[in-house]
Design a protein around this ligand. Structure first.
Ligand code: URA
Length: 271
């Protein structure tokens, strides 16, 4: 195929994807126009020189939704990092832990609250439970930075009198912090939310029930499909292969919902 024909095919495909609402790869209207011009213009042939292609991706306006979402999230993060609504948490935290990942993610994982490692590093799910979550994400066929990861609480719950240990967030802390998470979800508009553990379910849906009843089921969070699964910390405490398999089956439901192909290897996978 000649270059102009190839370019035309690329253009048509991008236009169709854009019209169908696909988010990836992203090509702005301006980039598509530039491509059209390039395919129409006569191309001088210079020996040894590679043809210069119009810029499709990058941090200009090529991917406006991603750039805009990143800016919007950064603005909320600024407010979060100065938040003192829970004075006990504001004075005990090393830093707030906002969230990490793709501002345009299809899948958003929501956990409970930062632990000691997250409080120290300023990033959710970086400790042992976080490493297991990253393994789950990769087994699903995503890179960690392709999804978005956040918590119900942006501060580590304080444990007065003890430098160690964790405690679950109180209902009042969850109520206070919830609006920040709502804003994050509103901006990212994921196709699926995964609630990790009972506290995430309570914070998002207001439900309290045993996890064995909640997990593996689809819920709706303001119209966004929400899958409940066990928190990875539970899997670290309970090493039974059957429990890990349950989480994996929940994640396969997520992949199916996203219409992501599931390989035979993935179907037979045990975490
Ligand atoms: N557990 C959570 O719920 N969130 C984290 O960020 C880390 C551990």
């Amino acid at each position: 195929m000649q270059f102009p024909q190839a370019l035309e095919t690329v253009l048509e495909t991008l236009e169709r994807m854009r019209n169908e609402g696909a988010r990836q790869p992203c090509a702005s209207r301006t980039a598509l126009e530039a491509l059209k011009e390039a395919s129409a213009a006569p191309r001088p042939v210079m020996e040894g020189a590679a043809p210069s292609a119009p810029k499709l991706m990058g941090h200009d306006s090529a991917c406006p939704s991603k750039d805009q979402n990143a800016d919007k999230l950064a603005a909320i993060n600024e407010r979060v990092s100065a938040c003192v609504k829970c004075p006990n948490l504001a004075s005990s935290r090393t830093q707030t832990v906002f969230g990490v990942g793709n501002p345009d993610a299809d899948v958003m994982f929501v956990g409970e609250a930062p632990g000691a490692d997250e409080d120290a590093q300023g990033e959710p799910f970086v400790g042992r439970a976080g490493q297991l979550l990253t393994k789950i994400i990769k087994a699903m066929g995503f890179a960690r930075d392709e999804v978005y990861i956040a918590n119900i609480l942006k501060c580590r719950p304080d444990t007065p009198g003890s430098a160690y240990g964790n405690r679950p967030p109180t209902p009042s802390e969850m109520q206070t912090c919830r609006p920040y998470l709502m804003e994050q979800i509103d901006i990212i508009q994921p196709k699926v939310i995964v609630a990790l553990g009972a506290t995430a379910v309570e914070g998002l849906l207001g439900n309290r029930a045993p996890m064995h009843q909640l997990r593996g089921r689809w819920n709706s969070f303001n119209g966004t499909p929400l899958m409940v699964t066990y928190h990875p910390a539970y899997l670290l405490r309970n090493q039974a292969p059957s429990e890990k398999r349950k989480v994996w089956e929940d994640m396969m439901q997520v992949l199916e919902h996203l219409e992501k192909p599931i390989s035979e290897k993935q179907r037979n996978y045990f975490l």
